[in-house]
Design a binder for this molecule. Sequence first.
Ligand SMILES: Nc1nc2c(ncn2[C@@H]2O[C@H](COP(=O)(O)OP(=O)(O)OP(=O)(O)O)[C@@H](O)[C@H]2O)c(=O)[nH]1
Ligand SMILES: [Mg+2]
Length: 337
Amino acid sequence: MARDWKDLFIVDGAGAAESDPGAETGAGRDDGSRGGRMRRLRESLRRTRQALTSEIQATLFEEGPSGQTWERLEEALIYADVGAGTTAKVVEQLEREASDGSISGGEALSARLTELLAQIARTGDDRIDLRAKPTVILLAGVNGTGKTTTAGKLAFHIRELGQSVVLAAADTFRAAAVEQLEQWAQRAGASFVKGPADADPGSVAYDAIAAARRDGADVVIIDTAGRLHTQDDLMAELAKVRRVISNQIPEAPHETLLIVDATTGQNGLRQARLFSEAVGVDGLVLTKLDGTAKGGIALAIAHELGIPVKLIGVGEQLEDLRPFEPAEYARALVGRE
Ligand SMILES: Nc1nc2c(ncn2[C@@H]2O[C@H](COP(=O)(O)OP(=O)(O)OP(=O)(O)O)[C@@H](O)[C@H]2O)c(=O)[nH]1
Ligand SMILES: [Mg+2]
């Protein structure tokens, strides 16, 4: 159960895991504390929660359980992008427990709903193992989902653990993408590897891993293109980058993270299916949770594809990337004030 950065990352030795990111960055103790983080998560999911809680209030608290209640609750969850199959499973379970008398009353029903959503959101191993030297993390996703931003934020948080990071600009499709990543590398205190104009993405990944091995760097994060001429080209390129990486280090990439924009709703589910079939995905980063009333997509992806959500993006700053914690997320999603 990933709750904090030190729970998310598996690292050698205890020393590095004890650093407190808030203390070093001046992000503020309040932000770093559990209470402060929960407040920010709740604030990020405010739009999703507002839509959901008014329906939960009306159904579970005011109407009391009836056929119509369950239907309205289903609609509200589907509206929040929880997904039809996932919603049906949760609401059926709740209905069963309500009708056999094991739970009653709005408070207990909404607490049970939160618990069921948390159970669904938790799937697979949601940690990131950084023990391989170097650990190679490949970021993938369609254009604009937040790959480059996530690369920078992730580099920053790994640096905060006391590890060194190389950022690789393997999105060679757009010149601006290389500059954008270079700026993030400066902000995050990471080294940066790029190729000549129009370089082959695989060769950039190769050079970055070679540099990491030469310099003894701990982690290599590879940013990739989100758009090529066709989707098939994109998948073929990613597969090629993976081949180049695993020719160099057979176990690598140690972690392939798919970046999904939460605001794209059910499209996110389709992307997750596509990428996991084409290149394999170890975990998900769900970005832009701060800008959507549809934060439920994490549940649909976890439940329908069994891909663990490992990180969430809740803004555009370095600190706005967080380990995903299912219980916290479920409470932020449906919790009543
Ligand atoms: N509000 C918010 N904005 C985000 C978040 N993550 C990324 N963004 C913004 O989304 C936009 C696209 O982010 P990029 O990191 O460039 O996305 P990308 O996947 O690298 O895009 P391509 O390289 O074009 O494929 C930028 O304006 C980011 O600031 C987030 O968690 N919250
Ligand atoms: Mg990019």
